[in-house]
Design a protein around this ligand. Structure first.
Ligand SMILES: [Cu+2]
Length: 460
């Protein structure tokens, strides 16, 4: 290893004692690199996360140790966050909160049990790099999924612009100045801040979609990840139906549908059974309030694949919580302590004086949410704004327990969409002491202030 590539060792004593000069057995290398993709016939240079083998992202099996060295080969400071895994807090990959970012030419090591299993993902939590596609799948295959022998298809959906993220953000701050561009009509929520040039499915537009060979009458487990910076999607299976197996990587009671809302940062595992009729099945992600779409195609042997336009005939549906109300966790929080020990109000807020967002806790802007280890904690998120906010808590899986006064034993998640004029309650067990990021996963809302922390009292 180059001497300037100083190792930043994180975590356990055992790890610190391991030689840093070569990859230990089982240690995987993830490189932050630039790469070229093609959008609309033009080449675009963006960021990416690849292993030395060329594999994108990382796939592990349930029970594996997450043993990774991240090498930053970019010219800029960066890092990776393990979205949906619940590591010790110092290994969460959030710059300045869980640890320092990774400078250009440096690396950092991570080692912890890869829990919980399921469809996770990884992305930069540094500046606006996520919009530059610095994201990849992180799959921890469930033992049940491995045993099933089913084919699996992982799809990372992203939003793409030819404009640099910093310019997009600056434009938002300019055009929203004074709130003139923001909807004041409660019947018309603001769906999109940014008019993207393309949506991508595994880096490809529908001009040249990924076509995946499947068995004629086979079963396919789709692992779908909304890795976009600020686009909510609806997954559309067209005339076909699928069975929702898990959301955010966590199993739910199976739910049959052809449309599946997928808010920013959320994941959906969907089982598709091919009918044996030899038809290809497109899996589309339709942008909320836009005709623009992306997708992949499942192709049984010999099937013809029709061209799919990247513009649909109607706008993608508004992404809300109708389906969320139907979801039931297959593995809910343990029933042994049913009482909520602490309830924390969080007001999702926006200022009409410019593009400013916030999430005051207990009505105190900038205050962290504080908890004590061992408590069962409820977050009460009330959205007073005209935009939906996909709210993500790091380091924990929470259960959705109430949506506008409707109580439910809902899904276990790490990201829940809170639509305008909606209150959502989620509950989690405070079992992972540390300082955790807690924020809106719309990249521009987060950058404009909708970000706080969850802090354990006296955890050190
Ligand atoms: Cu938001």
């Amino acid at each position: 290893m180059h001497p300037s590539r100083r190792s930043l060792l994180l975590g356990t004593v055992a790890l610190a004692a391991a030689p840093a000069s070569h990859a230990a057995d089982g240690q995987k290398i993830l490189r932050l690199q630039t790469r070229q993709i093609e959008v609309g016939g033009k080449a675009a240079t963006r960021y990416g996360v690849t292993q030395p083998s060329g594999a994108v992202g990382l796939t592990l099996d349930e029970g594996d140790i997450f043993d990774v060295r991240v090498e930053n080969t970019l010219k800029v400071t960066s890092g990776l966050h393990w979205h949906g895994l619940n590591p010790p807090w110092r290994q969460d990959g959030v710059p300045y909160i869980s640890g320092p970012p990774i400078a250009s030419g440096q690396s950092a090591a991570y080692k912890f049990p890869a829990l919980p299993a399921g469809t996770r993902w990884m992305h930069s939590h540094f500046s606006l790099q996520e919009q530059d596609l610095l994201a990849a799948p992180l799959i921890v295959r469930e033992t049940e999924a491995i045993r099933s022998g089913r084919q699996e298809v992982v799809v990372l959906f992203e939003d793409f612009s030819w404009t640099l993220p910093e310019a997009l953000f600056e434009k938002l701050r300019q055009t929203k100045m004074g709130g003139m561009a923001m909807s004041m009509d409660p019947a018309k929520p603001d769906l999109n801040d940014i008019q993207y040039d393309a949506y991508l499915a595994n880096d490809r537009t529908l001009a040249d979609p990924q076509v995946i060979d499947v068995e004629r009458a086979g079963e396919v487990r789709l692992r779908l990840i909304n890795g976009s910076a600020s686009t909510n999607f609806t997954i559309d299976l067209g005339a076909d139906e699928g069975t929702l197996l898990s959301v955010d990587g966590n199993p739910v009671e199976p739910l049959q549908a052809s449309l599946f809302p997928l808010a920013i940062a959320q994941r959906a595992d969907i089982l598709v059974r091919l009918q044996g009729d030899g038809r290809a099945i497109p899996v589309l992600a339709r942008g909320e309030g836009r005709t623009l779409q992306a997708g992949i195609v499942l192709r049984p042997r010999g099937a013809a694949v029709a061209k799919i336009p990247d513009q649909g005939t109607t706008d993608g549906p508004v992404v809300g919580l109708n389906q969320e109300l139907l979801l039931r966790a297959a593995r809910p929080l343990l029933a042994k302590h049913k009482r909520v020990d602490r309830s924390i109000p969080v007001a999702l807020s926006g200022s009409m004086m410019g593009y400013n967002w916030s999430m005051p806790v207990h009505d105190m802007a900038g205050a962290p949410a504080t908890v004590v280890r061992g408590e069962r904690v409820e977050l009460v998120m009330r959205n007073d704004t005209m935009m939906a906010h996909p709210m993500h808590l790091h380091g924990h899986s929470f259960q959705v327990t109430e949506i506008n006064d409707a109580k439910l034993a809902g899904a276990m998640r790490d990201c829940i969409l809170v639509p305008p004029r909606t209150t959502v309650k989620v509950v989690f067990d405070a079992d992972n002491p540390g300082i955790w990021a807690y924020h809106c996963h719309n990249l521009y809302h987060m950058a404009a202030g909708m970000f706080t922390t969850l802090v354990y009292r006296g955890f050190t």
